[in-house]
Design a protein around this ligand. Structure first.
Ligand SMILES: [Zn+2]
Length: 312
């Protein structure tokens, strides 16, 4: 699909990822797939013999190429878990197939990649407690159903209450928003809920499903968020308090502020960094970098500022 190629190109063009940071996943094995999905369902999917009604649920014509893509995506999330364990974070730009159930496909999803990867982590004793934070505008109904009675996996879903799926499943935490919900209302809930849930559940691995369909200009999304709003990300942390941390351009300096007070300044360094770098910073847990000496800081709340025009 052309969108996946464009996504990868865009990430490189914006300096968010380097070309050598990409990997091409292999195909998921049956053994790993059936830790999550029913063996019978998996065999029919791979054999292209799903029932007519199951095929209708997918929304695409069932084909070898489609199943090949789905098996690649699921394996991508499995391989990602190893990169995340090694480097702290990794991304699957094609993942998020959260409408797939154990024995049934749903809305373009056939294998639930995050569920598959969560079960892989637990089965291989790479993690004991896994949290799935699903911020796609549609409820993660397949994920909720797969882990409904599984105390090792905590499922959280923020979604449009009136959006697909119209029959919701029960996640461990569901927050349904009214149509037209804007940044402030959405982020308040996120900031209130997520850090507390992380503190309480104490996951040793978190999957984050980043849905851009919460944006106002998403034709099917029904919510009213802006790009700036989605770039503000409450970072799960063990801290109780929130701190406002910002990185802003001031002339050609980069200025770091904690709760509005300047804590560090990169003089004349501003031009070296592309703006997109800060979207990445939002996901990072900041420790002592770029500060030196005694600074150790964990940040719950990172503000994303656009570069101010030189004319101002
Ligand atoms: Zn969605």
């Amino acid at each position: 699909m052309i969108k996946y190629e464009l996504l990868a190109e865009q990430l490189v063009r914006k300096n968010i990822c380097a070309e050598h940071s990409f990997f091409s996943p292999s195909l998921i094995s049956k053994k790993d797939a059936i830790l999550t999905h029913g063996e019978n369902y998996y065999d029919h999917l791979v054999g292209l013999t799903l029932s007519k009604s199951d095929q209708r649920q997918i929304g695409f014509p069932l084909s070898e190429a489609l199943v090949h893509r789905e098996r690649t995506i699921a394996q991508g999330s499995i391989q990602n878990t190893h990169y995340a364990l090694e480097y702290g974070i990794s991304m699957n730009i094609a993942g998020g197939t959260h409408h797939a159930y154990k024995d049934q496909p749903g809305a373009f999803c056939m294998l639930n990649d995050q569920a598959v990867a969560a079960n892989y982590l637990i089965e291989n004793k790479l993690a004991q407690r896994v949290m799935i934070v699903d911020l796609d505008v549609h409820q993660g109904n397949g994920t909720a159903s797969i882990f409904e009675n599984n105390p090792s996996v905590f499922t959280l879903s923020f979604h449009g209450q009136k959006n697909y799926p119209f029959r919701k499943q029960k996640s461990d935490c569901d927050v349904g928003f009214e149509d037209g919900t804007t940044d402030a209302g959405y982020l308040r809930e996120l900031k209130n809920k997520l850090p507390k849930l992380v503190d309480r559940f104490e996951p040793d691995f978190i999957f984050y499903l980043a849905g851009v369909d919460v944006l106002k200009n998403d034709k099917l999304g029904r919510l009213g968020m802006t790009i700036e709003g989605t770039l503000r990300t409450g970072i799960p942390s063990t801290l109780d308090e929130f701190h406002d941390y910002s990185v802003e351009w001031e002339g050609s300096d980069l200025v770091y502020r904690l709760d509005g007070v300047e804590v560090y300044r990169n003089q004349g360094e501003g031009d070296r960094y592309p703006e997109a770098m800060f979207a990445i910073l939002n996901y990072a847990k900041i420790t002592d970098s770029p500060m030196t000496g005694e600074w150790v800081m964990e940040v719950d709340w990172v503000k994303h500022e656009k570069r101010k025009s030189f004319r101002n």
